[in-house]
Each structure stands twice: as structure tokens, then as C-alpha cells.
Design a binder for this molecule. Structure first.
Ligand code: ZN
Length: 195
């Protein structure tokens, strides 16, 4: 029986790079993969772009209202693996459809995404993945202090943000950027802001 995987980690931990490496490994063995990205992530449109310069066109740019059920027949016939980037932005129903694909079509589904938003609260897609995934794997990157970074901090004009909309794509809104921080650095910044 195939598994549903959730590989989660903060910004800049190499999720897209790893996804493209996995796709390459399948294709090298002449196996077909399907790459899905949420349309909420407007960065690079229908491309995956890793920070180290690799690019790849996605097969399905998935809007929040889209269903994946219409792809089941095609996947069942000739797809060896389904890979999802920015999975935190998927709706719980879409995560359930991926879970069904892994179990009923027996195709491994590997989801990459953030666990929490800049307020350290879980995205709804990530929450459903935590509930349903057979395998959870944490991908790590390093905080500026050298410790393991787990949190995504949002900075606007270099100022740590403690409120705002859940989803703001960096680069789309001026002067917004995300930085991966360890728990201690995240809390220090948060406490400084709250005085
Ligand atoms: Zn730190």
C-alpha cells in the first residue's frame, strides 16, 4: 500500500529543490510523475523555482476550488508518484483526495510545505496532512544564530510582524520577506515587538 508523506519545514529549507530531485529520480527510471503546485503561491506562476536555480514546469496548478478526482483515471494508468509543492495552501478536501489516491490507486503522494504561518499557527492544509499522512518528515534549515530553524518570521521593511493576513507571498507585496528562525530567536523578536 502506498503512503501519503508530508515533508515539512520552514522557508528556505530546500523543499522545492528536494521535490525536483525526487521527480528527476523517477524520470531517470522512465517513470512518470505528476507535479502539483497551489495557485495561491503566485511566485514563478506555473513553474517551480528553487533558490539554487533549478526550474520545472508544474503539471497541475491547483486552485482552491479545484478537485483532484478528475485525474484519478489518468494517474491510475500511468503515474508512479504524485508530488505536491506548497501543500500548506491546499484545502482539507484536496488533501483528502490525495490521501484517497495514495490508498485506492496505490500511488505514493509526497507533499512538501510549511507547517505553520508567520504567527506560528498551522495552515489548514498542513493540519489535515498531519492528521492523515503515513509518514511525517521534518526538513531543517539553520537560524542566523546557528540553531535549527523551525519558525517562519515575516518581516516588513525589516520589522518583525505580529499581525496581518495569514497568506502574503513574499515579493508580491513590497518589502515583505520571510526568514527562518529558531524558537528562541522567534520569541525574542516577538517579545521585543510586544514590549
Ligand atoms: Zn536562532
Amino acid at each position: 500500500m502506498a503512503k501519503l508523506y508530508f515533508r515539512y519545514g520552514p522557508m528556505n529549507c530546500g523543499k522545492s529543490t528536494t521535490l525536483m530531485q525526487v521527480a528527476h529520480n523517477y524520470e531517470e527510471n522512465h517513470q512518470k510523475v505528476v507535479v502539483i503546485k497551489s495557485s495561491i503561491d503566485t511566485k514563478a506562476n506555473d513553474q517551480l523555482e528553487s533558490r539554487i536555480g533549478i526550474k520545472r514546469k508544474v503539471d497541475i496548478l491547483l486552485a482552491p476550488e479545484d478537485s483532484l478526482e478528475k485525474y484519478y483515471d489518468e494517474w491510475n494508468e500511468n503515474v508512479s508518484c504524485v508530488l505536491v509543492d506548497e501543500a500548506q495552501f491546499l484545502k482539507p478536501k484536496q488533501i483528502e483526495e490525495l490521501w484517497i489516491a495514495s490508498k485506492m490507486l496505490d500511488i505514493p503522494v509526497i507533499c512538501y510545505g510549511l507547517k505553520t504561518n508567520f504567527l506560528s499557527e498551522m495552515f489548514e492544509g498542513s493540519k489535515r496532512l498531519m492528521e492523515l499522512a503515513d509518514t511525517l518528515e521534518e526538513l531543517v534549515t539553520i537560524c542566523s544564530c546557528g540553531k535549527k530553524a523551525k519558525f517562519n518570521a515575516r518581516f516588513v521593511n525589516d520589522i518583525f510582524q505580529t499581525e496581518g493576513e495569514s497568506v502574503v507571498i513574499d515579493g508580491e507585496q513590497e518589502n515583505t520577506e520571510y526568514r527562518p528562525l529558531c524558537g528562541k530567536c522567534y520569541l525574542k523578536r516577538k517579545m521585543e515587538r510586544n514590549g
